[in-house]
Ligand binder design. Structure first.
Ligand code: ZN
Length: 313
């Protein structure tokens, strides 16, 4: 049975193009996030809150944590999301250069120190040690898996299949599909992302191995084929993707078959005006209803919506 986990990048509201400053740590969407997650739980969702330092130390963030621990402790898991620029110890210059907004690019000692502080803060607030990790900006690096082991993590959800962020100093996932990978005892479950097109057999081929896309992309004829068949890369998320695109991606990934899907969004998207995906009430209504419809479709098609940590599910 295909499994699906909902991972919320649970973090401060910040201007995504405005630079990486430690003062950008406001969390004012607690009420909206609580209401939205209540709605998702009412349609059968279980939710993994991957929380960063700004969220977990904020008043509203702690209210959200208390609320779900009190009312839905079996339906939620608290996990870790490292935004290095708002997470002590602060040894970085300000603004933090884009390269170091990816935790995996930090020197070993600093990546370790930041993740240790965050892990212990989450443990202090929620009462257990998180075992699921999501790097800020999907930024895992060469030292990340050793550090995750040392801090007791079991699962990492930072792979963003087929994506190459090297042009902005980020990681290169162009060799990864949606398959689970084990690395240094850490189970790496990718954030679901894949190709859809007008011709499903082509979508399936493109999602099964990364080679075909690399070949097609390297010559004019290949690029024409991609265009003719309307090939598009889609993340399993209502942030920037339509219901139709999500439903087609779900069909294709289920056929692969992908063992464990990750549906994701950013917590500030629950409050209109806080992310580029949800700028006003109209886009909020569409984001909300698309998310609910995707999850309802998952439930009714027999997908097992579950938490990630074994202890919690
Ligand atoms: Zn984030």
């Amino acid at each position: 049975m295909t499994k699906l986990s909902i991972v919320i990048h649970t973090e401060e509201e910040f201007d995504w193009d405005g630079g990486f400053y430690r003062k950008n740590n406001q969390v004012t969407h607690g009420k909206e996030l609580t209401e939205f997650c209540e709605e998702l739980i009412s349609v059968g969702a279980k939710i993994v809150f991957a929380m960063d330092y700004a969220f977990v130390t904020s008043e509203q963030g702690q209210e959200v944590i208390r609320h779900f621990q009190t009312h839905h402790s079996d339906s939620v898991e608290f996990a870790t999301h490292l935004h290095p620029w708002v997470n002590p110890p602060f040894q970085d210059e300000e603004p933090v250069p884009e390269k170091y907004s990816y935790p995996g690019n930090l020197p070993y000692e600093l990546e370790y120190a930041k993740l240790k502080v965050l892990t212990e803060k989450i443990e202090e607030i929620v009462g257990y040690r998180p075992t699921t990790y999501l790097a800020g900006r999907y930024g895992v690096g060469d030292n990340s898996y050793k550090i995750l082991n040392e801090l007791g993590y079991k699962v990492d959800v930072s792979i963003s299949p087929f994506a190459d962020f090297r042009h902005q100093h980020g990681p290169d996932f162009s060799g990864y599909t949606n398959e689970i990978v084990n690395q240094q005892s850490i189970q790496r479950i990718p954030h679901s992302c894949g190709y859809i097109s007008r011709f499903r057999p082509l979508s399936l081929r493109l999602n099964r191995s990364t080679e075909l896309m690399n070949t097609l992309n390297s010559n004019i004829l290949g690029k024409i084929i991609l265009k003719i068949f309307g090939v598009k890369r889609v993340r399993l998320s209502a942030e920037g993707y339509s219901l139709k695109e999500n439903m087609e991606l779900l069909k294709v990934l289920k056929l692969e078959p992908v063992e464990h899907l990750i549906f994701s969004f950013h917590s500030p998207s629950s409050k209109p005006g806080s992310t580029p995906y949800v700028m006003n009430n109209r886009s909020w209504n569409s984001f909300n209803s698309t998310t609910v419809k995707i999850l309802e479709a998952c439930s009714s098609s027999g997908i097992d919506i579950r938490l990630i940590s074994n202890k919690q599910s």
